[in-house]
Design a protein around this ligand. Sequence first.
Ligand code: ACO
Length: 373
Amino acid sequence: MKLDYDVKYGLEGVAVAISSISCVDGVKGELVYRGFKIEDLVENSNFEETAYLIWFGNLPNENELDFITSMLSKKRELPENIIYMMENFPKNAHPMEVLRSIVSILGMYSNNDNSTLEDAINLTAKIPTIIAYWYRIKNNLDLIHPRDDLKHSENFLYMLFGEIPEKSELFDKSLILHMEQGMNASTFAATVTASTLSDVYSIITTAIGTLKGPLHGGANERVLNMLDEIKTKEKVENYLNSLISRNKKIMGFGHRIYKTYDPRALILKKWLSNMNEKVKYFDIAVKVEEEVLKRFESKKIYPNVDFYSGILYNYFKIPKEFFTTIFAMARIVGWTAHAMEYCKNNRIFRPRTIYNGPKNLDYKKVKEVERNG
Ligand code: ACO
């Protein structure tokens, strides 16, 4: 049947804005932030500098870097009332639920009902504290308050564990990898909320709720669940056969834009393979990748960023249910950059659906309604 309308489920291939924030080339497998290749940024930059680049459009000079570093380090602490609330949350609440809720509550503590860069920086500074405090509360540990003499990611690891682990620079670089990725689902959700001229807390609450889903950022936690279930390299083939025969998606594989290797997954894999010691799960993951590439060659399904990131976070002893919060801790930079960029030429998002239901039905009172079957 020929349809006289064109519905793009999932808006596949539809451009909704012009943006100078990042370029994702899904054919070449390239990712560029504000003109700089992701490989150069992870090699040379850090969280603060790349955040400045994404927000302001250019690399900072020394004064500008000091400015952003100090803004981020001074706004880390949470209001006492919020800590009290968190202490009374159910201990089994998922960290993404806690993060989504606390970001929303923080909106009540802000005088601003629109969205400014200052609010974006304030929230970026506080997200690591929310995550670390929840980790400590959930595990019945005393809170470790933020220190303003530490870098963004060092301070996060310090608030989690009371010390800064070796190779913490890799954790910092992994945040750069997660910071921005064009009009992905959570950035789109953030941009839709921004287009109504809502406030930054609402924008980021929307985005966190979207990132949480297993088809998006929630995949990193599921990858570790899968590797836990597989247990050994020898069991990979049977495990995949069983998933594929049940038409189940393999977590950490596939991408709407990348139809080749996701450059972020490639970088993470390289870091893991260059570690001096044996990294837990890595051998199983490499075998999974090998088998998936073989089986899905024609569909062009490759590992995405979520496939190897959890193995790195597990290396830092971060529990798997916290993985997606770390993604959010980085991606807030991209979310807020897109929200602010879009609002410069704002037009409220209002797509349409094609109605295919009946019209002109006669209303019936409840007692007259009959149901067949
Ligand atoms: N495992 C098995 N088959 C897959 C996978 C996968 N991970 N990904 C895609 N496919 C198959 C689809 O079933 C489809 O097959 P078909 O043509 O026979 O129906 C084909 O490949 C095309 O895939 P789509 O589903 O059309 O791809 P889409 O762009 O809609 O979805 C998505 C992309 C959601 C990421 C998908 O690949 C997926 O579900 N992956 C697993 C979850 C995941 O890892 N998400 C994280 C993505 S990265 C991120 O958001 C940060």
